[in-house]
Design a protein around this ligand. Structure first.
Ligand code: 15L
Length: 268
């Protein structure tokens, strides 16, 4: 049996919904999985290191990256929220992560961005990762910032990154919008694995979606990554359309790709 591609892999946000999915799955890719979060992580499993840390704490993040070969960065705020928590975890935190990667010589990061970077495109637009960003809130803005930070660290320091503009990664699509945005957990795993192991990654932006029939995103420019989704939201369509037979076109959530995020907030 050939050795796993990485000696030590770091997974941030390991206590979150997607982190809990990836934690057991990433172990096949490394000898040691270092898991981090500010929330409770439980005890270390076999071949695991548990390292609680807050992303706004630059020193803690610096220590987190020591001895690491690659990072899957899911940590941070993952919904629309007031500015302060987003500023700390997503704006400051992503700089702390890339600075620590630079100082420790870490060469590859898979960064969980979000479809909310382009949430104000309409649902009748089909867009590519090269189209201008149109964030739908502070959260989307912070992910656009993170993508730009990753691009700077690639251009200036050669750290390769994949920015995953994740759609809706849940056990199944919850509404009609998610027929387009759904990403199964198995396809999430395939996408992260492809980005970690592609021989040449460079700086890549890719939408995280399954092989859905309805789609607003064209991933042609990320084909070098070799991600081939195998699931589709189509098998949920009949039930979802029966549950939600009409669409209210007076509701911005029905018109824009970001769905309800486009009308969340302001918070004061
Ligand atoms: C996201 O970025 C969120 O993290 C997730 O909770 C979903 O709401 C998803 O987007 C979505 O757009 O459905």
């Amino acid at each position: 049996m050939s050795p796993p591609p990485f000696n030590r892999l770091l997974l941030t946000g390991a206590a979150g919904a997607l982190g809990r999915q990836l934690r057991p799955r990433l172990k096949r890719l490394c000898s040691t999985l270092r898991v981090s979060d500010m929330a409770e992580l439980g005890s270390a499993g076999a071949a695991e290191e548990v390292r609680p840390a807050r992303l706004e704490d630059a020193q803690a993040v610096h220590a987190l990256l020591e001895g690491v070969d690659a990072v899957v960065h899911l940590g941070g705020v993952s919904t629309e929220q007031p500015w302060q928590p987003i500023l700390q975890a997503n704006v400051m935190g992503v700089v702390h992560l890339y600075e620590a990667a630079r100082k420790h010589g870490v060469k590859r990061i898979v960064f969980a961005s979000s479809n909310h970077v382009t949430g104000f495109y309409r649902q009748d637009d089909v867009i590519t990762p090269q189209d201008p960003v149109r964030p739908d809130g502070f959260y989307g803005l912070s992910k656009a910032w993170g993508e730009n930070v990753s691009r700077y660290y690639f251009d200036r320091h050669g750290i390769e990154s994949a920015c995953l503009r994740i759609g809706s990664s849940f056990p199944e699509p919850k509404d009609r919008r998610m027929l387009a945005t759904w990403l199964s957990y198995d396809d999430l795993d395939r996408l992260v694995t492809a980005c970690l192991t592609a021989p040449v990654l460079g700086h890549t932006i890719v939408y995280g979606m399954s092989d859905n029939t309805t789609t607003w995103w064209d991933n042609t420019s990320a084909r070098h990554v070799g991600f081939r989704p195998q699931d589709s939201s189509e098998r949920f369509r009949a039930a979802l359309e029966a549950r939600q037979p009409t669409i209210d076109l007076g509701d911005p959530a029905s018109i824009y790709q970001g769905g309800a995020f486009v009308r969340t907030g302001p918070f004061e």
